[in-house]
Design a protein around this ligand. Structure first.
Ligand SMILES: [Cu+2]
Length: 188
């Protein structure tokens, strides 16, 4: 549905605003979810909204109900599927910390792989050589690696995620340079 996809996309672009977005999402259990929650103008969302949301203009931080729903909204990666294709790693951009076993699916037309790095570096600052990320390079830690996956195949992976910033990436030569990665924030 429109709302869910939009929400994911905004979360990716506006990680810092995730609490507000989540609050907006919660209030928009009503069908009125649009961009407007970002403006913190609740005059449009208010009429149908929850009791908490009607309290004031800055509903996101002050409404107890919205605040309570913010944390659980980052779902665990456990049981989810990460889908690889040219040149994307499709997955949630915010997940909850913890041990997670997930499926990696190659929906592309060529082999891909999935590596998980933990690092505070922006992707553009990752250590690279001509092929891609230098996996034992400075400032990055490989949390998980696996065999290449043929098109149409899947692979199971288990990781233990602690809060921080991760890069889920295909490091087959030139694939990282094609942008085949997703930055993932792991929340407590
Ligand atoms: Cu790839």
């Amino acid at each position: 549905m429109f709302g869910i996809n939009q929400h994911r996309r905004h979360s990716a672009a506006l990680v810092a605003s995730v609490a507000i977005l989540v609050a907006g999402c919660g209030a928009a259990a009503s069908p009125t979810w649009t961009y407007t929650p970002l403006t913190v103008d609740t005059s449009t969302a208010g009429p149908s909204g929850s009791a908490g949301a009607s309290e004031g203009p800055s509903a996101a931080p002050s409404a107890p109900a919205a605040a309570a729903s913010a944390a659980p909204s980052a779902a665990a990666l456990d049981g989810q599927t990460v889908t690889l294709s040219e040149w994307k790693v499709a997955m949630p951009t915010t997940v909850k910390a913890g041990k997670a076993t997930f499926t990696i699916s190659n929906a592309g037309a060529t082999q891909h792989e999935l590596l998980v790095f933990k690092s505070d570096l922006a992707p553009s600052a990752y250590p690279t050589d001509a092929a891609g990320i230098v996996e034992d390079g400075a400032g990055v830690t490989v949390l998980s690696d696996g065999e290449n996956i043929d098109p149409g195949k899947t692979q199971m992976r288990t990781v233990d995620l602690t809060p921080g910033t991760y890069l889920f990436v295909c490091n087959i030569p030139a694939h990282f340079a094609q942008g085949m990665y997703t930055v993932v924030t792991v929340t407590p």
